[in-house]
Design a protein around this ligand. Structure first.
Ligand code: DGT
Ligand code: CA
Ligand code: CA
Ligand code: ZN
Length: 585
């Protein structure tokens, strides 16, 4: 393991132990953050450790963490880590990673149930031994059992929100090398899929050996899987594989097209080529004769055969009588037979309609939230804290909401350059009723209604529940409609076509929650909503300033669902948006 990888593991472990032993959130988060920063850092942290200032210059690494990193580089251990490890059984940290198991529960399982690792957890679930632990009902234990099974089958695909920053760091790092003329990521990442199997990178360079060395020698490389003249693969500390392919500049477009995929999209492109008397492969689009060298697997260009198109993706599409197809649409989901929409872009987004403050479970005050939103160029920010039933999120009682509305309206008169709207993210209760009465909801400028509990309802109940919220005349937006968490919680499975039809009829917008753990609605649901003519909202659900950066994940998902800018509330002018919000008031 490289130093980066080792340190990332250590910091993640310290965060886990601190969490289990009930340390304060701030300390847990600081360790967790350092782990993630090191995981994505292509520079070798051991080299940076010569100078503490170079470490603290990295976003997320403070003075305390820098000291620990230096301690590790110099001595091979961190004193604090050794001390922490003595406090809990090593296998307990795996138990903490089981979806749905928080530190409090794991602690109870450990102290009262004798669970020390996944194996004892499984065995004790089996034997019924855990049922005697206070507040550990049959239902809770059943959930744990299901979550164990779900986590097993979710496998090792990385969330988009984890993969994209890693890929961007690598691209930035390698692009700086002498001789590199082009370097981009391709694959499912470029298509914006919600999870990524591996990261595919394509490059052109005058010095392939130097690029390969730099790639396999990156600080966070855990293992070099392959290292060849044109193709190398590495595994990073967190287990994700990265493939690097070095290609000829004249064939870059063809390679980018091929390795962006999807496989299904490529298959249709190849068939289309054949119908037009041509052949398409990763080196280019060629005249039929000679493109496939029988016993010669060198690129056709090297065998003296000139391509019809190969330098740019656009040229290949044009030669196949197609418009340029954006990567997010390349799934063979109708992109060859339909007029393509003007897809929404990050720069189109001008309003955030779902955000939290310290009144519930956010970290920002109303003023800080407004300042952050204004700095990001938005004309409107809706303050939508949780409602009373979301107890764990410090949801607002009726009285607290009334005070909060006044505070938001007051802030709105004080703060220049942005409009603050008083809103709520109101819980949709299990039967579809909302968590506040209509009088109170009618006082709000924005009502986002979301499910947070009873997320294991059957399809029929879930559909009826969400339909009731969509039809509610005071609801503007249905927030994260299924409540799923990617790789950890399946969430509700409602009849989406009935939901989108009702959303069209009642002019209720459906949210694409941009949090990369949610991406809810998902791409295929967005497509169903767009096809039915529904309105969508892309919201970050910000609980802290950094969460505003989630926007791009929401936009990628929207684009995969063919969402044009004008069907998205957040792109509208403030006049149009405010008029729409007032329609039912
Ligand atoms: P992933 O990594 O599982 O999230 O998905 P992709 O789409 O990135 O797939 P990957 O990494 O296996 O390959 C990258 C692209 O290369 C893929 O989207 C299309 C192209 N490709 C790879 N293998 C094949 C193949 O056997 N046939 C065709 N037509 N294309 C392929
Ligand atoms: Ca891939
Ligand atoms: Ca790959
Ligand atoms: Zn929220």
């Amino acid at each position: 393991m490289s130093t980066n990888a080792e340190l990332a593991t250590i910091f993640a472990e310290m965060a886990g132990i601190l969490e289990l032993t009930g340390a304060n959130r701030f300390r847990v988060n600081a360790h967790d953050r350092v782990a993630r920063v090191l995981e994505a850092l292509p520079d070798d942290v051991a080299e940076l450790a010569d100078d503490p200032a170079r470490l603290t210059a990295i976003d997320g690494i403070g003075e305390g963490s820098a000291k620990k990193i230096i301690e590790y580089v110099e001595t091979g251990r961190i004193g604090e880590h050794d001390e922490l490890r003595r406090e809990v059984p090593a296998g307990l940290l795996d138990v903490l990673k089981v979806p749905g198991l928080g530190p409090k529960t794991v602690r109870a399982l450990w102290e009262k149930g004798g669970v020390v690792d996944i194996a004892t957890l499984r065995a004790k679930l089996e034997s019924g031994e855990l049922e005697s632990i206070p507040r550990m009902g049959k239902k809770t234990l059943e959930n744990i059992r299901d979550n164990l099974a779900y986590a097993d089958q979710a496998g090792r695909r990385l969330r988009l929100g984890a993969a994209l920053p890693i890929a961007e760091n690598i691209v930035e790092h390698l692009q700086r090398l002498e001789g590199v003329t082009r370097l981009e990521y391709a694959g499912s990442l470029r298509r914006g899929r919600e999870t990524i199997g591996d990261i595919d990178i394509l490059a052109c360079t005058d010095d392939p050996a130097a690029l390969t060395d730099a790639f396999t020698g990156m600080g966070h490389v855990d293992r070099v899987i392959a290292s060849g003249e044109t193709k190398s693969s590495v595994r990073l500390a967190d287990g994700v594989q990265v493939d690097l392919r070095i290609v000829d500049p004249d064939a870059f477009g063809a390679a980018l097209l091929y390795f962006t995929g999807s496989k299904e999209h490529n298959v249709v492109l190849r068939e289309r080529s054949i119908k037009r008397g041509m052949r398409l492969n990763e080196y280019g689009l060629f005249p039929d004769e000679g493109a496939d060298g029988r016993d010669d697997d060198r690129p056709p260009q090297k065998r003296g055969i000139s391509p019809v198109a190969s330098r740019r993706e656009e040229e290949i599409y044009r030669a196949l009588d197609l418009p340029y197809i954006p990567p997010e649409l390349r799934e063979d989901r109708g992109e060859f037979d339909h007029d393509l929409p003007e897809l929404v872009e990050v720069d189109d987004i001008r309003a955030e309609l779902h955000a939290h403050t310290t009144a519930s479970d956010g970290t920002m005050s109303i003023d800080e939230l407004a300042e952050e939103a204004r700095a990001r160029g938005l004309h409107t920010i809706a303050v939508t804290d949780h409602s009373r039933s979301s107890v764990q999120a410090n949801g607002l009682s009726d009285d607290r909401l009334r005070e909060h509305i006044d505070a938001v309206r007051d802030a709105n008169t004080r703060i220049e350059g942005i409009t603050l709207l008083a809103g709520s993210e109101v819980d949709i209760l299990a039967d579809g009723r909302l968590d506040y009465g209509d009088d109170l909801l009618a006082e709000l400028d924005v009502v986002v209604a979301s499910p947070h509990s009873s997320l294991r309802q059957d399809r029929k109940k879930a559909t009826a529940r969400l339909l009731r919220a969509i039809r509610h005349p005071l609801v503007h937006i249905l927030g994260h409609p299924t409540g799923r968490m990617i790789n950890s919680r399946p969430g509700l499975d409602p009849d989406i076509s009935r939901l989108v039809d009702a959303a069209v009829e009642h002019e209720t917008a459906l949210e694409i929650n941009a949090n990369p753990a949610r991406l809810d609605l998902r791409d295929t649901h967005v497509r169903a909503a767009v096809d039915a003519g529904a309105l969508l909202a892309i919201n970050t659900d910000a609980h802290s300033p950094a969460h505003f950066d989630f926007l791009r994940y929401g936009v990628l998902t929207a684009r995969r669902g063919w969402l044009p800018a004008d069907r998205c509330l957040n792109t509208w002018s403030s006049r149009t948006l405010h008029a729409w919000l007032k329609r039912s008031r």
